[in-house]
Design a protein around this ligand. Sequence first.
Ligand SMILES: *[C@@H]1O[C@H](CO)[C@@H](O)[C@H](O)[C@H]1NC(C)=O
Ligand SMILES: *[C@@H]1O[C@H](CO)[C@@H](O)[C@H](O)[C@H]1NC(C)=O
Ligand SMILES: *[C@@H]1O[C@H](CO)[C@@H](O)[C@H](O)[C@H]1NC(C)=O
Ligand SMILES: *[C@@H]1O[C@H](CO)[C@@H](O)[C@H](O)[C@H]1NC(C)=O
Ligand SMILES: *[C@@H]1O[C@H](CO)[C@@H](O)[C@H](O)[C@H]1NC(C)=O
Length: 337
Amino acid sequence: MHSSFALLAAVLSVAHAQTRSDKRGLVFVPNKKTPEDNTIWVRDGSDLTWYYNYDPTPSPAFADKSQSDFEFVPMLWGSIDDTSFLDSVNKLIDGGRNISHVLTFNEPDGSTQNGGSNVAPSKAAQVWVDNIIPLTEKGIKAGLPTCTGGEGGIPWLQQFLGNCSQLISTDGNQKNCSYDFVGIHWYGNFEGLASHLGEYAAAYVILYYLLKQSMINELINSWLCSFPNKTQWITEYNLDNQDLTATQEFFNTSAEYFDRLDSVARYSYFGSFRSRDSNVGPNAVMLNNDGQLTDIGSWYLGSTATGVKPQSGPAARSQVDVLLAITLVFVGSVLLI
Ligand SMILES: *[C@@H]1O[C@H](CO)[C@@H](O)[C@H](O)[C@H]1NC(C)=O
Ligand SMILES: *[C@@H]1O[C@H](CO)[C@@H](O)[C@H](O)[C@H]1NC(C)=O
Ligand SMILES: *[C@@H]1O[C@H](CO)[C@@H](O)[C@H](O)[C@H]1NC(C)=O
Ligand SMILES: *[C@@H]1O[C@H](CO)[C@@H](O)[C@H](O)[C@H]1NC(C)=O
Ligand SMILES: *[C@@H]1O[C@H](CO)[C@@H](O)[C@H](O)[C@H]1NC(C)=O
């Protein structure tokens, strides 16, 4: 239950958008047709220190990178009936890769049509007991399942933790399944993002010090949080389907906020693809249709604006459209003759 507080957040300092941050990582969603894009994220000077790819094993594109160069974080994506995730991670460790963190369950409260893994809490609890507990016992840090930003997320997690506790407890010896950090996804505006972080939050009562461009005080809600004092990883976030100015403003404000909060250990912007490949709107991307870094892409990597508009560059689809148009004109003129 969340009792809500209305808190007046004061603007305490003029923050400069911090351009570099070692919290930033890559959500790797490559397009097989444009493998040249893969090198952008690890080029000299890139700020990105870690990545995940929704898989238990490293991507071939980065297989030659050591954990200290570009840390791979394995993910247990969805339901499995065996210990294949545990076995994969152990194999990486035995092969000399120093795995220190794992992510678990991609949006288990979400439908598969929307990219969720759609897992019942009780099933996920069994998968956790079989695959994750043996890893945490070795000192590997595990993230709580990463739910959608929807209202069902926290109740799903509460069920999951209850079910997990039941599996490992015995009469007279109640135990809880432990985790080291919480994973969070968010699509929407900054105010929603800030209060969603507060719901999961790092302290019982959170005071948000929001820096608004207008420099006015902001009144927002906070809740008694569900996962007190836990480190947060924001592993997917964006302001989807908005115009470029609003998207850039959101990017700046949220990055500055994550960098400032000690409770946020890592974050990864969902947008490491070309505009025409985007399922979060054409402006919420780090690459234009030519594979060049947009302003957001370049800022995220710790550099300066490029001036490259997300929707610029020769989109494959528009080339097809042009061919189609030429063909239609041709057919049209043939018909007219
Ligand atoms: C493995 O990674 C952890 C966390 O990044 C680090 O603290 C530790 O020193 C690393 N161990 C080795 C042997 O590199
Ligand atoms: C465990 O899961 C089942 C089914 O999802 C649910 O009905 C039950 O209440 C859960 N138990 C706990 C302790 O949360
Ligand atoms: C387990 O978690 C529940 C709910 O958060 C808590 O009330 C209980 O004290 C915990 N038990 C142990 C042994 O930590
Ligand atoms: C919060 O976490 C820190 C560091 O792990 C710990 O020292 C502190 O006691 C925790 N506080 C609460 C209220 O659990
Ligand atoms: C975003 O931040 C960059 C500096 O990192 C700045 O140049 C740019 O004007 C900002 N854009 C918006 C819309 O706030």
